[in-house]
Design a protein around this ligand. Sequence first.
Ligand code: G
Ligand code: G
Ligand code: MN
Ligand code: NA
Length: 253
Amino acid sequence: INAVRNVDSALTDGRIAAYYQPIARLDSAEIVGLEALVRMTDAEGSVTTAGEFATAFTDAKIASRVTETMLKQVAEDIRRWLDLGIPVQHVGINVTTGDFRHGNLQDKIEECFAKANVPLKHILLEVSESVFMGGSDQFVAKAVRVLRDKGLLVALDDFGTGFASLTHLMSFPVDIIKIDQSFVASLAPASASSIIVAAIMDIATRLDMRVVAEGIETAEQVRQLCELGCHLGQGYHFGKPASALETTLLLQE
Ligand code: G
Ligand code: G
Ligand code: MN
Ligand code: NA
């Protein structure tokens, strides 16, 4: 309840912002995309991460306002980057079951991106496997299909952590699989996680999907992922989530 009240006033005061984490090519470290992550700045100016105020998302109204704020900011930031001649390809936006069920997600996306004059192809809709808990599979799958037909890209986020990871790959069109950071954290030669990552790479290749490895913190993890045939990744090794302003500077380098 406290978290709900905090986020509510942060929304009102304009203290909810999109931060961005780079998605890079593993061979060259070239930035090819970004993931937007919501951040709240308190009255003293310190920044709180999404994980720290996640309980507020259980309030459907708050969750919906956060999503709307994120969509608006992401669309405006992409517009600014395109105007600066920065070739930003796509920006991941995290969505939840609530966004599909009560959030009027499709209209909101179209409205925010049309207003900023940004084509939908720049959005990567990040659907977490946890979205499918609670039997909303078919409903979400249909909504995702409708949006993808309008040109945006779809990522299956936190891949490998849900109950039915492989089933999801059949139930709706996926462009990108995001391998959960737990697999990257436990990578070692001949480890279970490296065997699992190799199997995911094989499935993704055959299904014509791209793979992004998450939570990369070391050069050694980059090396092992390259060896496993993975070409894209994100994590502190390439950059922490940063404000739009800092991200602009990073993209201009
Ligand atoms: O870096 P961070 O602590 O912000 O992310 C924690 C979790 O919060 C991640 O699982 C991420 O998917 C989720 N998250 C981050 N930003 C958003 C957002 O804008 N909307 C939603 N629904 N989830 C988000
Ligand atoms: O949307 P998703 O569940 O994938 O959220 C990504 C989460 O992982 C965010 O909380 C983000 O801040 C965090 N994160 C991103 N890169 C790293 C990393 O290299 N290491 C760790 N431990 N966490 C990371
Ligand atoms: Mn994500
Ligand atoms: Na993830």
